[in-house]
Each structure stands twice: as C-alpha cells, then as structure tokens.
Design a protein around this ligand. Structure first.
Ligand SMILES: [Cu+2]
Length: 413
C-alpha cells in the first residue's frame, strides 16, 4: 500500500504525463545547448541517467518539470526585456517618462506570481521528499558502513556481513610516477569485488553510517544519495523494478582514495536472490549456520577470541592465512613479495614484520599516511593477531613467535 502511493505520487499531478509529452522537445533543446559535447562524444548523454526505481523516476520527472518552468520563465522574462529594448529604443523617439515607482499594484503582482510559482514547484517536490524518507515496512534491511575506502554491508535478516571494495586492478590505475600498465576497462573504477545483492520488487531499507569520516552512498539510478555520518545512523530505501546492475560512487570527498570506493548493486529475481543468499552464507555469515556451512566451507575462517584462551602458533597462523588472502594479498601478493606498481613493500624479509612485534602492529592499526597502506583497525584484536603472526612466520620469515590478541588490545590504546 505504502509503496504504491510512493511510486504513484507524481502521477496524481498529471506531472509524469506532462513531462513525458514535453520530454522529446526538451531533449532536443538539451542537445542544441550541449552541441559541442554531443559532437565530441557521440554517445554522451546529457540527461540524468534512466531511473530504475519509483523514487528515481519521480526525481527524474521533477527535474524535467522544474526545468520546463524555468525555461518558460526564462523565455517570458527575456522575451519581454528584448521586446522592450527593441520597441522603445531611443532612435525611435521613445522617452523614459512612465513612472511606476511605489505602485502597490505592481508590487503585489510581482510578489504573488513568484509565490505561486514556488508553491507549484514545492508541492510535488515535497511529496517526493516525504516518499523518499518513508522507510516503513521494509522487506529487507541492510546496514551500510562507509570506510576509508570501501563499504561494508550487513544484511540484518540473512545474517551476512561483507566488505565491498574496488576491484579495478591498480595496473589500470597507475600510481604517482608509475604509469598504468594496462588499458582502462569499460567499468573503470566502478568495479567492486563483492556487490550488494538485492531482490527485485522488494523494499530494501538501508541504515547508513560511517566508521571514520563523512561518506555518501549514492546510486543515481536508484534515487538514493545519503550521507554516512560517524556516530549517526541515517536511513533510506529503494525498490528496484528490474533485475540488473546499478552503479554508483561515494558522494562525499572523504580523503585520498575517495574516487576509489565505487558502489555496485545487483538486483536479482527473488529465486536467484535466495540462491545467492545460500551461497553467500558460506562466505559471509556473521554467525555460522550449521546447515549451510556443511556444504560450503567458509572462505575466511571466522576466528573469535575467548577470555583465557591459550592460542597456539598453528591456530593463529592458519586463521591468519585466510585473513591475509582476503585483506593483504591484493597488494603484498600471496608470496609476500610485494608489488612495485603500488609501492607495496615486500613483507617477506621486511624488518618491520620480523623485527619488534610492535612495529608491525603499529602499521596495521594506523596504516602509513601518504601511501596505499591504510590502517586495518576495523579488524578485531584476534584477527590482527592472526594476520601478524602469519606474516612473521611465512615465506622466509621464521620468528617462531606469535602476536597475541592482548598485544593488539594494548596497542590500540
Ligand atoms: Cu567515501
């Protein structure tokens, strides 16, 4: 019921119909204005992207509706101005002798007309804004956390949690002083490793927040653009009408790699979505679900600390291996040899890794400012202990000792 009124509210004004009628004309106008851009890129679309949700299409209609009003005002005002300039020009003997200073009638007219115009624009806009804010009765709730630089999605009902990070290889991007060694792909800087997957036709509520600085979860075709604010939870929602892939980006300047935290939403038909959830539980389950875990072993072994637990080197190293593969290998490589293209130093033989435990812990918690090495303080104490232990005892590194969760805990203070 709610979603129906949400999707239909622009129609109640007959707005959508008006907009669709004028749309082709407007498009021509756009093309004329943007002639140069159009010539330069034959496929360059000057309009906002085609909407994929009810809210996005209301936004689209409002955009055109208000643009049409602006164009009408523009034509009337400039038409009157140029007409007067031409008709009453000095060479035709026109004299500026009409005095309407302090005319109450004119003052009322030029107050009332803009007032009416504003009302005519504000009513449908307010309706849409209210519909955008109506997050009641969702079918599905996903918590979205922004990080420098990536997203975490937590599916409240399905008990899934995973990170979604840039998947475009650095070899396409290049680094200062290191030119890109591969040509840029079609979805350059818009590719992620793990997209947000949602069912078609279901109301998805997002609870959006941030772990560090302001981020913005922005997917234009879904009509969602919401700040992620540390310490606050904001909500928003969307309901995708058609299966497909929808792309967006962080919309707040959030630091050095702001342009490297894209968003991908994949909408699947409910049956495909259910299949995805089943598969995802094997990789991303927050709590292990025995029935699912039986046939799909988890990729990143969940490791949890218990008070008084005596860890062994083998246990920590084993858990560290999958954590390393998931969090570090993209830059430092599975063999620990690093990657010169990203200036990611070798961990194999690195004095920071095999020297005092505290030196590696410090860089893991804080990162190294000014390099691609970001802090990993979002990982738990035991996860960081495991990955540190793994790095100290893999490849040529053989310290034979382990980093304990308590060491990480102490270093966090
Ligand atoms: Cu951001």
């Amino acid at each position: 019921m709610i979603s129906k009124s949400n999707i239909g509210s622009a129609n109640t004004f007959g707005l959508a119909r008006l907009v669709r009628l004028v749309n082709p004309v407007m498009r021509l106008g756009f093309l004329a204005i943007a002639g140069f851009a159009t010539l330069a890129h034959a496929s360059y679309d000057v309009n906002i992207p085609p909407p994929a949700t009810g809210i996005a299409s209301e936004i689209y209609d409002l955009h055109l509706y208000i643009l049409i009003i602006c164009v009408i005002i523009f034509v009337l005002v400039f038409g009157a101005m140029f007409y007067s300039v031409f008709k009453f020009r000095k060479s035709q003997g026109a004299k500026a002798d009409v005095n309407f200073h302090e005319s109450t009638l004119i003052e009322i007219i030029w107050t009332v007309i803009p007032f009416i115009i504003l009302i005519v624009m504000a009513i449908p806009a307010t309706k849409t804004v209210l519909a955008m804010k109506d997050t009641s009765n969702p079918d599905l709730t996903i918590k979205v956390v922004g990080y420098q630089w990536g997203w975490q999605y937590e599916y409240q009902q399905d008990g899934l949690s995973f990170y979604s990070s840039l998947a475009t290889p650095w070899s396409q991007v290049g680094q200062p002083g290191v030119p890109a060694s591969e040509p840029k792909g079609q979805n350059y800087l818009l590719e992620v490793d793990n997209p947000m997957v949602v069912p078609v036709g279901k109301k998805v509520r997002l609870l959006i927040t941030s772990n560090d600085v302001l981020h913005g979860w922005y997917v234009p075709t879904l009509g969602v653009n919401q700040y992620g604010i540390p310490g606050f939870i904001k909500d928003s929602w969307f309901k995708v009408e058609k299966a497909g892939t929808y792309k967006g980006q962080c919309s707040q300047i959030c630091g050095k790699l702001h342009g490297y935290m894209p968003i991908t939403v994949v909408a699947k038909d409910p049956a495909d979505y259910a299949a995805w959830v089943k598969e995802a539980k094997g990789k991303f389950a927050i709590k292990s679900d025995a029935s699912v875990a039986a046939d799909t072993p988890p990729k990143v072994a969940a490791i949890v600390d218990e008070p008084g637990k005596k860890w062994t080197l083998g246990e920590l190293k084993q858990a560290g291996e999958s954590l390393y593969a998931a969090n570090c290998a993209a830059c430092h490589q599975a063999d620990g040899k690093g990657n010169p293209a990203m200036k990611a130093k070798a961990l194999d033989g690195s004095p920071v890794v095999i020297g005092a435990k505290s030196s590696q812990i410090a860089i893991l918690l804080k990162g190294r400012p000014g390099t691609l090495m970001a802090g990993f303080d979002r990982l738990s104490d035991v996860e960081l202990a495991a990955v540190s232990t793994y790095a100290r005892n893999s490849w040529g590194n053989k310290t034979g000792d382990m980093v304990l969760p308590a060491d990480i805990k102490a270093a966090r203070k």
